[in-house]
Design a protein around this ligand. Sequence first.
Ligand SMILES: *[C@@H]1O[C@H](CO)[C@@H](O)[C@H](O)[C@H]1NC(C)=O
Length: 293
Amino acid sequence: MKILFLACLKPKTGNHTTAERIRSHIESAGHICELRHAGEFQSSADVNSLLSQDPPFQGALAIHLYRAGRLLLDVQLPFGVIFGGTDINEDVKVEQKRAVMEQVLRKARFAVAFTTKLKEEAEIHLMSQSSKIYLQPQAWHCKNVPNILIILGPNIDPVLTAEVKSAVKRTTGVFLAHERSQQEVHAAMKRSFAVVNSSVSEGMSAAILEAMHLRVPVLARNIPGNAAVVQHEVTGLLYSSPQDFLHQSQRLLSDQELRERVVRNGKLYVEEHHSLEKERETYQRLVDSLHSV
Ligand SMILES: *[C@@H]1O[C@H](CO)[C@@H](O)[C@H](O)[C@H]1NC(C)=O
């Protein structure tokens, strides 16, 4: 089958990595999967002009019901969708977006949620089509004492970047580094005492799963996206305020038993719930379902 796959492909983001991985699952089952950046298209009409190519596409897939799935609404192809974190955590709060997502879900042959919580929320906010929503967690893969914090990542929001830069200048022990390739990030993680996620906006953290896979302790802000993968004191530590961040990081530094426990459980957790083989099987089975009438 020839499949069109739409996703937001900003370079070096978690989304991009996830999309590439899913594409490789589909291609390893013998299909052709053309991955395109959703931002290239304004409407279904733009997608339709791509679809007029030869050989014809037979199915489509999108990550993010709102950002990418809506581009498939007026396209004459069977399609499936994968929920993005912001679909349910943010976009659903805007009625016009919610209604579009509901339409996308109604037309889709299947939908995939990365966590039970996302699946449940989707069932509450979008008309219940629970039989269509499959749960497939994301797969992975992929001390020195004066502690320093290195902030890594692309500069996406210029206002936020300026704020971060000026805060970093006023602080000792905090450094800002340019974005790195995934390989370099992994190498840096392995040499770190812990990986911190301080995000206030929702999503699904591939970096946290990668850290668990690499046996690096995780310290993450307690927001639903992070709490879906980090269970406090079991697979990592969660914090809810700057004060609490200090407290939890001190514990991690001083309590070796705690550190070993979260690393062990984190590794088991990614192996059990985020395995590459299971993820591959799910997508290959779902893509096959686009074939039948
Ligand atoms: C941090 O966590 C948020 C929420 O889970 C996620 O969207 C983001 O991608 C994460 N970033 C990193 C670098 O872990």
